[in-house]
Design a protein around this ligand. Structure first.
Ligand code: NAD
Length: 475
């Protein structure tokens, strides 16, 4: 096929929340923009096979859980039945609606969306391969690489087995296996394990570290771990998979480590969720001065500029945390830098949310990090056992905590476990970013009865007591 030649001011490679947010912002600032991605519409992994479909399924899982839980309050339903085809169709509809919406938003902003695969010919020229259409040569003043990440794989697992899934396979929802082994007790393993457990799968988790969600403060993880001990068949910590054999009807697994069962176990499916790898092997990247570090991340400065001045990198490919909202904000910084503004990516608090049941969310300084850095902090905790709203929801399994600088009384970090923690953490982000003090949270009137009051009451504890929690002073 022949090749057409076009030019633009900004080319964004990768249409996920990093890439599309950058492209939209650049267009809003008056730049001519091309956004390149292999999918028919913008969205990236997050919308097509990540955040969005998983949250749709987690909502369904929550409703199933609540239907069962309602028996505690005298409400019983016939045992809930799952129509897998309908559930899958609904999830696909959610994805279609949102990605289609992004396509419309791109059009409305005059962002030129090019469906295809980009490679770099040099720092200012891209070549785009398009299925069933002429290749395109695109000259550009600036390029933003937002190519994202892909699931990490394990070397000792059988290749090409239909029973060994990554997150993409699990989200396709082709079947509900009777038994599933989740390898890796991180974000993905616990979220998707929760979905399949609610759908009726007997889920076991194997995690090589001593606890689930390594790196997250233990007091935040405990309420979730307690609940998962009931919903999952087994949680094997400090344990690894030693060998996997494909048999006629499933996968035979041998474990090693502290909680390894003595005998081999059979599973219908295995979900591998042991982290993600940056997509930095972009063809032609070596023709620029951009560098890649030992872990595969493209090296960037505070403006997300690579060693090649016209080339930027944002999102998962440019370093951790691999979170959609961090990618979008890096995209804004890169675009502002292109526009010549003195922008820099320096957040005080990037929120993280694990959308399990209960949810876990945190932002800013964590207790774990403070201990590592030997920082002087004071931690206050408000247990949800003392929250009226949590009691009305029959969900007292939660905690809200604040990490405070004892000298300045500033809020340095916030951690929340419980229903809706993911929504509530936004107040924590605002507090940390605005340099709020404990008094600001304690004196801001929070609506009653809500879970958000737990943030206010935690701040009250910093000054002695909170209304709904009384701890006698030590004599
Ligand atoms: P993760 O890093 O959260 O968890 C991987 C887990 O696997 C870790 O606990 C690790 O100790 C364990 N592990 C690694 N090798 C192992 C082995 N051989 N045997 C047993 N355990 C092993 O990674 P993930 O869950 O795959 O998610 C990848 C990334 O995607 C996350 O880091 C996150 O940035 C992003 N993500 C975010 C969300 C969200 O924001 N809610 C949801 C899903 C994914």
């Amino acid at each position: 096929m022949s090749e057409t030649t076009k030019s633009t001011q900004v080319a964004v490679v990768g249409g996920g929340p990093g890439g599309y947010a950058a492209a939209f912002r650049a267009a809003d600032m008056g730049m001519q923009v091309a956004l390149i991605d292999a999918e028919p519409n913008p969205g990236g992994v997050c919308l097509y096979r990540g955040c969005i479909p998983s949250k749709a399924l987690l909502h369904a899982a929550y409703v199933l859980g609540e239907a069962r839980h309602a028996a505690n309050w005298g409400i019983t339903f016939a045992p809930p039945k799952v129509d897998l085809d309908k559930l899958r169709t609904w999830k696909e509809g959610v994805v279609r609606k949102l990605t289609g919406g992004l396509g419309q938003l791109a059009k409305a902003r005059s962002v030129r969306y090019v469906q295809g695969y980009a490679s770099l010919l040099d720092a200012r020229t891209l070549q785009i391969q398009r299925d069933g259409a002429d290749a395109e040569r695109l000259t550009t003043e600036h390029t933003i690489l937002a190519t994202g990440s892909r699931p990490a794989t394990l070397p000792n697992f059988p290749k090409d087995s239909e029973r060994i899934w990554d997150s993409t396979d699990a989200l396709e929802l082709q079947s509900i296996p009777k038994t599933m082994l989740v390898v890796g007790g991180g974000y993905i393993g616990l979220e998707l394990g929760t979905v399949y457990a609610a759908l009726g799968t007997e889920v076991s988790v194997v995690e090589m570290m001593p606890g689930l969600l390594p790196g997250v403060d233990r007091d935040l993880v405990t309420p979730l771990a307690k609940r998962l001990e009931k919903t999952f068949r087994a949680i094997m910590l400090n344990t690894k998979v030693a060998a996997v054999k494909e048999e006629k009807n499933g996968l035979r697994v041998r474990f090693e480590g502290e909680m390894a069962p003595a005998e081999e176990r059979d599973y219908e499916a295995i979900l591998v969720s042991v982290g993600r790898k940056p997509n930095s092997t972009i063809p032609g990247l070596d023709k620029t001065r951009a560098e890649v570090d030992a872990r595969g991340f493209i090296k960037v400065d505070g403006q997300r500029r690579t060693a090649e001045p016209g080339v930027f990198a944002i999102g998962d490919v440019a370093g951790e945390p691999m979170l959609a909202h961090k990618a979008s904000h890096e995209g804004f910084t890169a675009v502002e830098a292109i526009a010549g503004h003195k922008a820099v990516f320096e957040p005080q608090a990037i929120p993280a949310v694990v959308f399990t049941d209960p949810e876990i969310a945190w932002c800013g300084l964590t207790e774990t990090q403070a201990e590592k850095e030997n920082r002087k902090i004071q931690v206050v905790r408000f247990p949800w056992a003392a929250s009226g709203r949590a009691t009305t929801l029959d969900r007292n399994d939660g905690v809200t905590k604040l990490v405070i600088d004892p000298d300045t009384e500033r809020i340095l970090g916030v951690g929340i476990t419980g229903l809706n923690a993911g929504e509530m953490i936004a107040e924590g982000v605002l507090a940390v970013e605005m340099g709020a003090k404990a008094a600001d949270l304690a004196l801001s009137i929070h609506p009653h009865p809500t879970l958000s009051e737990t943030v206010m009451e935690a701040a009250e504890i910093f000054f002695g007591q909170s209304t709904h929690l009384y701890r006698p002073k030590k004599k």
